[in-house]
Design a protein around this ligand. Structure first.
Ligand code: ATP
Length: 647
């Protein structure tokens, strides 16, 4: 557990960070807020004293002329009391808006600064980012407002304490003592609130996940086909109810605590007032004194309550702000060298040297001592069954993760010694799980090379290479057509989206990678899995011409597409099982040969025999629940499939 001293130091650090941010975002608004809240602290004290002076004057028989100054002052105080809160709110809103921009900017700079993928696959990171976003929206503002509120309460408290010191010093002690349990209870509640929010965070995340799933265009088809709507809705509600139950528990505790504290405060005020009335009856206090006494007791209590409430809120905001500071200060998920070596154009090649990798210590090894070399200008194809580790190896070559053991070398230099951004600047890649951006067709392609985003000639050239140019020119606004399933509407509306087919999206993704055609290494992870046979053939012809003389790494389950690679590497369970040219591997008669033969057989009529070395799948009729129940149905046979995830 954190010690109180360490906690205090952390709290002070967070406060300094929040104050510095607020000042940096909008100094004038912070100054204006400070001045207005201090004046607001003085108003009730001034009003009470002026009221006392007016009442005492009236009791002493002064006429309107004698009380003119006090009356005008009382009016000005009332005006200030009415106007200042609006001015303060305006200044605080200005500060809040400026702070939000600054904070979101820093938060997402920090998120972008992670060069790898591991953080994004870690649920705790997502929880922290979500809380950091929530905290970033309002925590610094709450902290600053809390401190200003405390200052305002302190001014009011000092004024009324002075009044009580004159009229009934013992009452200061009674009111102060009655505030002690309030301070403790509010701080306890604040700590519980921060703990509760962290505790329900995974549930809140799941609730958002289910809610998004229910409206996601990607999921809509399966949800309807499999009738998943009610199940997902029930799961969403289960998470929401659990979050609500935790909040409800805290709300009940807050109600109990605050109810008890209010009763205690009312009892103290009632006792004081009884004493004041008695003292006035016996002539110890004037009528004005009674008025100022009643205002002072109420003022001290409400100033104390406000100080305690503002401290608790600021304390809670400080705890939440900790999540933001943690995310912003988090070290990059992959170590980035302080002085990275430059990444010159590839001269010799890329070497994977005895690479072992697993996603974390609890996971099994995905790659087990992989060695390979992609010479400059050469093409290497990776093949293997699902889960063999092909995409993982590609991600390591792009340094989205670091090998657990072994290394990957770019012209003999370990990737760990290079700047990841510079390295990626030398690579063009399309991944199996490519992105479809709700942007125009031109932007979807141009994002492959941000510097050439507006270079229509290059965008078109990449689109032609990927065989998608004709499709795009046939769209209502050609390259400027918005491609989207979210922003969908009237055809004449420039904001309306057009929906593409899966294969068309895949060609766009390929075109995006081909924007980097001049880069040193082109990585194509299943670039054609969603294409029809004709398109696939055309694309591979085009890529073959395009890849000639360029360094490329190709993954495909369609072995016909990789047969002309210089070297084909067969991965099996994270190890290299075979390597060689197509002819060499066919002559070897191993796994590649059996997979290739099997695929070739798929195009021959009437041969459904399983090939050696390829896992055989059960026939559908052998799978429980999938027996063919149709009467007289002829038995069905299934052929083992090597289709990729993307198909
Ligand atoms: N982000 C991840 N976290 C944990 N395990 C992962 C992750 N990505 C992949 N894996 C695991 O690593 C193994 C290899 O996956 P990988 O995607 O590299 O295989 P692949 O050969 O590309 O398969 P496919 O042909 O199906 O695309 C699989 O067992 C998979 O479950």
């Amino acid at each position: 557990m954190t010690s109180p001293a360490a906690y205090g130091a952390a709290g002070r650090g967070r406060f300094r960070a929040a104050a510095a941010l607020a000042w940096r975002a909008h100094p004038a608004a912070v100054l204006a807020s400070g001045v207005t809240v201090l004046l607001m602290g003085l108003v009730p004290v001034a009003a009470a004293w002026l009221t006392k002076l007016v009442l005492d004057g009236l009791a002493a028989g002064s006429g309107p002329a004698g009380l003119l100054v006090q009356g005008v002052a009382l009016g000005v105080t009332g005006l200030a009391g009415a106007a200042l809160p609006s001015v303060a709110e305006y200044a605080q809103d200005q500060s809040r808006r400026a702070l939000q921009v600054l904070i979101q900017d820093r938060l997402f700079q920090a998120v972008n600064a992670h060069p790898g993928l591991s953080r994004f696959e870690n649920p705790a990171f997502h929880d922290r980012v979500r809380l950091a976003q929530e905290a970033g929206q309002n925590a610094p503002q709450r902290i600053v407002r809390g401190v200003l509120g405390i200052a305002q309460g302190a001014v009011t408290l000092a004024g009324f304490t002075a009044a009580l010191a004159v009229l009934a010093p013992w009452m200061i002690l009674v009111v102060a003592l009655s505030a002690v349990p309030s301070v403790r209870a509010q701080l306890d509640l604040s700590r519980r609130r921060a703990g509760m929010m962290w505790g329900v965070s995974p549930r809140a995340r799941r609730q958002i996940f289910f809610a998004n799933l229910l409206t996601s265009p990607d999921a809509a088809k399966e949800i309807r086909l499999f009738g998943l709507g009610d199940l997902l809705r029930a799961r969403m509600l289960r998470e929401l109810r659990a979050v609500n139950a935790a909040e409800q528990g805290l709300a009940r505790r807050t109600l109990r605590t605050q109810g008890t504290l209010s009763l205690l405060g009312a009892a103290v005020a009632a006792l004081g007032l009884l004493w004041a009335i008695d003292a006035a009856a016996s002539g110890t206090l004037t009528v004005g004194d009674v008025a100022v006494f009643a205002a002072a007791v109420a003022g001290v209590q409400s100033a104390l309550a406000s100080i305690v409430g503002q401290s608790a809120d600021a304390h809670n905001a400080l705890l939440m702000f900790g999540h933001y500071l943690d995310v912003v200060a988090e070290a990059p998920d992959l170590p980035v060298p302080r002085r990275p070596r430059p990444v010159p154009p590839l001269r010799e090649g890329i070497e994977v040297r005895d690479v072992w990798f697993r996603y974390d210590d609890a996971h099994p090894w995905v790659l087990r001592g992989v060695d390979l070399f992609i010479p400059r200008g050469g093409s290497l194809a990776l093949v293997g069954l699902n889960g063999a580790g092909k995409s993982t190896l590609v991600k390591l070559i792009c340094r989205l993760y670091d090998p657990v053991r072994g290394s990957i070398l770019w012209d003999g230099v370990d990737l760990r010694d290079l700047d990841p951004a510079e390295l990626r600047g030398r690579i063009g890649a399309v991944f199996q799980d490519y992105m479809s951006y709700d942007l125009t067709a031109a932007e979807n392609i141009g994002l492959g090379d941000v510097a050439a985003l507006d270079d229509r000639d290059r965008v078109e050239a990449a689109a032609r290479l990927a065989g998608v140019h004709e499709t795009i020119t046939g769209l209502p606004r050609g390259y400027d057509t918005l491609l989207s399933r979210i922003f969908f509407g009237d055809r004449d509306d420039p904001q309306a989206g057009v929906v593409l087919s899966g294969g068309q999206w895949q060609r766009l993704a390929l075109a995006r990678a081909l924007m980097r055609q001049a880069r040193d290494l082109l990585v194509l992870d299943e670039p054609s899995s969603g294409l029809d046979a004709q398109a696939e053939h055309a694309i591979h012809q085009s890529l073959r011409r395009h890849r000639a003389g360029r360094t490329s790494l190709l993954i495909s389950h369609r072995l016909g597409a990789v047969r002309d690679a210089n070297v084909i590497v067969v991965l099996a369970e994270g190890r290299i099982a075979e390597r060689g040219s197509h002819a060499e591997l066919m002559a070897l008669g191993g796994e590649y040969a059996s997979l290739f033969t099997l695929q070739a057989q798929g195009y021959e009529p009437g041969d459904s025999r399983p090939s050696p070395g390829v896992p055989n799948l059960p026939a559908l009729a052998d799978v429980p629940g999938l027996e063919d129940s149709r009467e007289g149905a002829s038995p069905r046979t299934t052929t083992p499939s090597t289709r990729s995830k993307g198909t």
